[in-house]
Design a protein around this ligand. Sequence first.
Ligand SMILES: NC(=O)c1ccc[n+]([C@@H]2O[C@H](COP(=O)([O-])OP(=O)(O)OC[C@H]3O[C@@H](n4cnc5c(N)ncnc54)[C@H](O)[C@@H]3O)[C@@H](O)[C@H]2O)c1
Length: 250
Amino acid sequence: MFSLKGKNAVVTGAAAGIGRGIAVSLAKQGANVAVCDLPGVPADAARDEIASYGVLALTVEMDVSDEKMVNRGMDAVLSVFGGVDILCCNAGINSCESAEAISIESWDRHFDVNVRGALLPLRRAVPSMKEKKFGRIIFTSSQAALVGRPNQPAYCATKGALVSMARGLALDFAEFGITVNCVAPTFALTDISRKRMEDPAYREFVLGMIPMRRLAEVEDIGNTVVFLASEEAHMTTGAVITVDGGWTVR
Ligand SMILES: NC(=O)c1ccc[n+]([C@@H]2O[C@H](COP(=O)([O-])OP(=O)(O)OC[C@H]3O[C@@H](n4cnc5c(N)ncnc54)[C@H](O)[C@@H]3O)[C@@H](O)[C@H]2O)c1
């Protein structure tokens, strides 16, 4: 079950953190993977790890908020792979600024990266998915879409937007065999969260909120994405799958 042999995957924000974990999990199941990340962000280590599973691995420079760069990057992937079966829109930012403190530029940047950055690659991938009558689109949302998180209104709003977008798109694409789902992780120790986790009191608070009493590992999220990316998940669409050790069921 859950073999992805011969499938072509694109993962954004895949040079590090959760994106890299997703990319590696997909490769372990046999998928070829395009590692997309910002220009200048070193992605070779992720590419080499993926290639070590005997699949094709590419690096693609792409700011997901930049339409021209996304189109160029996606076209490069399509020309090498010949099609995209699995698209993981994972790149995201979180500056943790309150409603009163956040600048309008920062607010807009959250929407540009976290929401527009899901739309743009998707638009380029969907025609090839429609042609094959198979597609798996997976957004990395967050538990912040489901429960309140203090002092990060832009992040919460963008992660909620992905959930709503997935539900709408699930209806639009079902007839083409394309599913659209979200994973909603709790805290994982990556660059986006590391600074806050260095505060022992904050870490203790976080662990106290997670009934499983540990942070998410990138593999936890990768394994969930493997399921959503698989043929076997055909009947799961428009869903939000939490990877939160129980935080949101409190
Ligand atoms: N780490 C957590 O606790 C946590 C929890 C829930 C959800 N998430 C979500 O998981 C996703 C990945 O986060 P992470 O924890 O791995 O963070 P991270 O900062 O370690 O990795 C994010 C990656 O995205 C890339 N990126 C940032 N802006 C980009 C852009 N405009 N275009 C292309 N790539 C860009 C970065 O270069 C980096 O490689 C994000 O969407 C984040 O919101 C993270």
